[in-house]
Design a protein around this ligand. Structure first.
Ligand code: 3H9
Length: 689
């Protein structure tokens, strides 16, 4: 008996309960008593069967992630599973909540697994840059076959109880009191008698005829892994399960796990796991939260419609407001169409589509927003328009309703002043498409009340978003750093780089797409319009737009696109244009290497991140990482820009920024004091005064 593991008898069935809140992670203080309990129950003749279950909200959700990278303490999970497999009497894992990672591997050590109907089971280690290291890659394929195991391990996405039953991962699914049903299942199974075969000895699903299909899947996986090692290691390990004797495959899994757990990619991904959870915490006391039952969204365009869908997807009734019936009907029709696409793709059932559509109420009358607890504005990105909206809203919104602007750049304090309740006001910067993109920058204005902030952070998580609280400045965290990342792009072209070379440097780094290809995809006219509004220029992009080359949609931009194809081909016209513009400016073209591209794009971006920290716009360096990974495609295996700075060497970054500042005199290369301090102390934190 311990605080973390207890044993209770129900007749001849022993019930072992793990109790380690919040998620029953398999930390050392669980493993040790669990091992003792299993050994003693194995040797206790009066026990005919053993049920393993968990207290609280979930079955074991995995190994204790904070233990990785520290000296291992025995017994480890593998030793516990090995003992489980020496038990001749039936062992049953009773799964509720989520059985994840080491939790599912523990369950795979049992003869049987039964699950609550709402349970979810999976091996999400890949999301931490790992592969399952407790035998999951060699036992799971023995139950579900190598192809299903590969899909679960490479995606890391858990499956529901019904799917697990159909796949052979669980033996029964129950509603109601799971422990009671597990005890009955155990006693009936024991009464029927054995022998009971451990999963390690069940080879009938390991059919080598699956090998060609498996190798095809594995090749496809490698092609889209973008430098991530874990999915490939996971696949290799499942392949080993198919090809090698059990013990050899298990040893190979261990070797791969040890390599990954000590590597930078897993460190980066573990950093992001905790960073995301940390970002959702508002320092200070536990602020109360306001009740949100209905959400209003003003504007049914692309952004407003996406935001409305994000709330409906989270189960919230939404009032969608437009200026005219025509615009409203157009917006609602687009929402309907988008849900239809999800049904066609099989990601949404027809019933769910209808349920979601039923959550929408359209209106052209501000008075209809009177019963909303949160109202999000998504109209034109223009100060005067936003101010007018909030002036009108002020007259109808109920007392205590939260008012939010979805601006990407504008001064949230100034917009807040247009309503008489700045304490209820904040920014909610969604990313497009808002129903898909995970990131939500929550912009805290000067007078935003802490309970409003706490309510919106909580709400964001409830609708599946990753919230990060940021302060007011031009572009907040993400777009401000994006501007710093992009400020040298055209200069690189004018000095001799081609769009393809720059984009290649980005994709080699792990970005899904380079900035020029991205510009072509988004439409170069968007940036052109914004620049004109701000009286800014971009030599090459402006010239392209003036000639009607807006990117992919017009068949030409920084690249050429033939017959509507998405394949980006070199564009000799652009290369000639670059040469002409360089000649006009008297710049001699030279060869530009990948290192220079990185130094002049990513280093200024990190420098800007340091300024953002200095100004208190972001509370933590890790918040910036969360923004960039979830909103802009920064490669997860590098942990976000501020984490990557540590890997790259902050010393080196400051040295090279100094170099470029000396060469160009440009402000983006002027080293921020927080970056210099990081180089000296190894910490992004401010020094306490
Ligand atoms: C593994 O198992 C490796 C093995 O194959 C090999 C072993 C040899 N460890 O997410 P939440 C904390 S790798 C430590 O907000 P939810 C979390 O930080 C592991 N801490 O709750 C948070 O702390 P705080 C494979 C953990 O309800 C609190 O619990 N397993 C762990 O939204 C609540 O978490 C996984 O990758 C952990 N394993 O979601 C599963 N898990 O309150 C990871 C959670 O101080 N976990 N915490 O901020 C999850 O996916 C979600 O936490 C879960 C609950 C779905 C379980």
């Amino acid at each position: 008996m311990s605080d973390f593991v207890s044993t209770k008898r129900h007749g001849n069935v022993a019930l072992v309960t793990i109790d380690n809140p919040p998620v029953n992670a398999l930390s050392f203080h669980v493993r040790e008593p669990l091992m003792q309990a299993l050994v003693s129950l194995r040797d206790e003749p009066s026990v005919a069967a053993i049920v393993m279950a968990c207290a609280g909200r979930t079955f074991v959700a995995g190994a204790e992630i904070t233990e990785f990278g520290k000296p291992a303490q025995q017994p480890d999970l593998r030793a516990i599973v090995a003992v489980l497999e020496t038990i001749a009497k039936p062992t049953i894992a009773a799964i509720h909540g989520t059985a994840l990672g080491g939790g599912l591997e523990l369950a795979l050590g049992c003869h049987f697994r039964i699950a609550d109907r709402t349970a979810r089971l999976g091996l999400p280690e890949v999301k931490l840059g790992l592969l399952p290291g407790g035998g999951g890659t060699v036992r799971l394929p023995r139950l579900v076959g190598p192809l299903k195991a590969l899909s679960m391990i490479a995606s890391g996405t858990p499956i529901g109880a019904a799917e697990a039953l159909a796949a052979g991962l669980v033996d029964a699914v129950f509603d109601g009191d799971l422990t009671a049903q597990a005890v009955s299942f155990a006693s009936e199974t024991a009464a029927k008698g054995g022998p009971f075969t451990p999963v390690r000895d069940r080879n009938d699903r390991l059919d080598r005829a699956d090998l060609p299909a498996f190798d095809k899947e594995m090749a496809a996986l490698a092609a889209k892994a973008r430098g991530l090692e874990a999915p490939i290691a996971g696949a290799q390990s499942v392949r080993n399960a198919l090809m090698l004797p059990f013990d050899e495959a298990l040893a190979a899994e261990r070797a791969l796990f040890v390599t990954l757990v000590g590597g930078d990619q897993s460190r980066a991904q573990r950093h992001l796991f905790f960073a995301e959870r940390e970002a959702a915490k508002i320092p200070g006391k536990d602020f109360g939260k306001r009740k949100i039952a209905r959400v209003g969204v003003i504007g049914a365009g692309t952004m407003g419609g996406g935001i409305a869908m994000a709330f409906a997807n989270g189960g919230f009734p939404v009032t969608l407001l437009e200026t005219t019936q025509e615009a409203l009907q157009r917006g609602l029709a687009t929402i309907d169409k988008n849900y239809g696409v999800s049904v066609t793709r099989g990601s949404l059932s027809e019933d769910a589509r209808r349920e979601r559509l039923d959550l929408f109420r359209g209106s052209t009358d501000y008075a209809d927003l009177a019963d909303c607890d949160l109202i999000v504005e998504a109209v034109f990105e223009e100060m005067a328009v936003k101010k007018e909206v909030f002036g009108r809203l002020d007259a109808v919104a109920k007392s205590g309703a939260i008012l939010a602007t979805n601006t990407s750049y504008l001064d949230v304090n100034e917009i807040a002043a247009s309503a008489s309740r700045p304490q209820d006001f904040l920014g909610m910067h969604f990313f497009s498409p808002a129903n898909v993109m995970k990131l939500l920058e929550i912009v805290r204005a000067d007078k935003t009340s802490p309970d409003v902030l706490a309510t919106i952070v909580d709400l964001a998580r409830r609708i599946g978003k990753v919230p990060v609280v940021v302060g007011v400045c031009h572009g907040f965290v993400g777009n401000r750093m994006l501007a710093a990342r992009g400020s040298e792009l055209e200069t690189l072209l004018l000095e001799g780089a081609t769009p393809r070379q720059v984009d290649q440097a980005f994709t080699d780094f792990g970005w899904p797409m380079g900035p020029f290809r991205m510009g072509d995809l988004a439409g170069l006219d968007i940036g052109w319009r914004n620049r004109k509004a701000r009286r800014q220029t971009a030599v090459i992009a402006d010239a392209l737009c003036e000639q009607g080359h807006f990117g992919q949609k017009t068949g030409s931009g920084f690249y050429r696109y033939e017959n509507g194809s998405r394949a980006a081909l070199p564009n000799p016209e652009v290369e000639a244009l670059i040469r002409d513009k360089a000649a006009e400016k008297g710049v001699a073209l030279r060869a530009i290497g990948t290192d220079e591209v990185i130094e002049r794009t990513l280093y200024p971006m990190i420098n800007e991140g340091a300024k953002i920290l200095e100004e208190g716009i972001a509370a933590r360096a890790s918040d910036i990482d969360v923004v960039w990974v979830n909103g802009y495609g920064f490669p997860v295996g590098k942990g976000g820009p501020m984490f990557w700075a540590g890997l790259e060497g902050v010393d080196k970054i400051t040295r090279r920024l100094d170099h470029w500042h000396g060469q160009t005199g440009k402000d983006i290369f002027r080293v921020a004091s927080r970056l210099r301090r990081m180089a000296e102390t190894g910490s992004w934190d401010a020094v306490a005064s």
